[in-house]
Design a protein around this ligand. Structure first.
Ligand code: SF4
Length: 383
């Protein structure tokens, strides 16, 4: 996808400028060892204690107060968290609940985030994997990852009222596959086996699409013919890994047709760019995201590849104090399916361990929005 949101992120200034206004700055809790009020050299907050974070981790404040002068700071990556496709998918379930009432059935987790799924369950969504578990006449939503043609056909045959929350950027890949297949192309799909998006995209065809997960996969794949061979990718891959695999494909199949615009989406690209920019400035990167979230896992990998230890957490309670020990500059980001409320919870947790300031790094402002499907628009007349 092209547009302003696909441009590379601006370089983080050497002294990343605080963009959180003073009135929006987190309030330092009145805890032992911390005093707020005096001006911090690189932010509006400061603590008069030293190495407080380390002291909490060691459980020895006295030792920390005699320690070095490093003050723990949280640097927030920008952009992070929800993308336009996730926003739309959640809105679709909520709009369907508002319009048709509970229960609304959702095939697979609407997005890969535990908090989001549990929240929608409380509101009346029922998550299923098998359409046989949906009663006749029910309202059904397809998840943001997309579905195969076989699933679409089965839902139609069973007569459900279907709303498709497939991200439009995934649908774009489906459309491309169908179009090129009609022109006689065979496909290599770069992606992760078992991921629902991969199953949905590969399931656009009955045959002629081969999954390639890595360089070994490129060496081993055996297309029936190579004159009309095209590549598509999962939207949430590591940009660098995909480029490496693509280079190997081109080496083995020089005539291969690449996507006109890369299939990796703007949100994946922007969040990975933000972690790349942030990593040289931090000692550890915490990624808020569920273990099933592909793009969240890729963010942690990006930091690790740059030599920065990185950990994923599904919620604040999962954050382990020892991860922060001796690492006063803490980078924080979130996958495209992780809501900001979880990020704020992690910030609170890190502050409770002694971090004294939070600074949002400069980055791309995303303005992408996708409309709701017909029949679910807020101003749509009741059925
Ligand atoms: S991560 Fe990308 S492809 Fe996935 S829902 Fe978000 S915008 Fe769409």
């Amino acid at each position: 996808m092209s547009g302003p949101d696909t441009k590379p992120s601006p370089v983080i200034p050497a002294q990343a400028s605080p963009v959180i206004p003073a009135q929006a700055s987190p309030v330092i809790p009145a805890q032992a060892g911390i005093q707020a009020g005096a001006e911090h050299s690189d932010g509006p907050l400061r603590a008069t204690s030293t190495s407080l974070l380390d002291s909490r981790l060691r459980g020895n404040d006295d030792e920390a107060l005699r320690g070095n002068d490093e003050r723990a700071v949280v640097l927030l990556a920008e952009p992070r968290g929800f993308c336009a496709g996730v926003d739309r998918a959640i809105d679709i379930v909520e709009a369907a609940l508002a319009k048709f009432g509970a229960p609304v059935y959702v095939r697979h987790e609407i997005v890969h985030n535990t908090f989001v799924v549990n929240d929608l369950k409380k509101k009346g969504a029922v998550f299923i994997e098998d359409l046989a578990d949906v009663p006749p006449g029910a309202t059904l939503v397809f998840s943001a990852h997309g579905v195969s043609k076989a699933v679409q056909r089965e839902a139609q045959a069973r007569g459900f009222e279907v709303f498709d929350a497939t991200c439009p950027l995934v649908t774009k890949v489906h459309v491309e596959v169908a179009k090129l297949a009609r022109e006689g192309y065979e496909f290599l799909m770069i992606g992760h086996k078992g991921h629902p998006e991969v199953e949905g995209t590969m399931g656009q065809l009955d045959a002629g699409i081969h999954l390639v997960e890595d360089l070994a996969g490129v060496a081993g794949v055996q297309p029936v013919q190579t004159k009309r061979l095209a590549v598509v990718t999962q939207t949430t891959l590591s940009v660098d890994d995909a480029a490496e695999i693509m280079a190997a494909i081109k080496k083995r199949f020089p005539m291969v047709r690449e996507p006109k615009q890369q299939d990796i989406c703007y949100a994946t690209q922007n969040r990975q760019d933000a972690v790349k920019m942030m990593s040289p400035s931090v000692d550890v990167v915490i990624v808020v995201g569920s273990p099933t979230s592909s793009n969240s896992n890729r963010l942690a990998e990006v930091a690790r590849k740059l030599g920065v230890p990185s950990y994923m957490v599904d919620n604040a309670q999962e954050l382990q104090p020892e991860w922060l020990q001796g690492r006063p500059r803490i980078g924080l980001t979130a996958g495209a399916s992780a809501p900001e409320v979880l990020v704020q919870g992690v910030i609170e947790r890190i502050r409770s361990l002694g971090a004294v300031s939070v600074r949002r790094l400069e980055g791309i402002e995303e303005k992408v929005k996708f409309p709701l499907p017909k029949g679910l628009k807020l101003d749509a007349p009741p059925a």
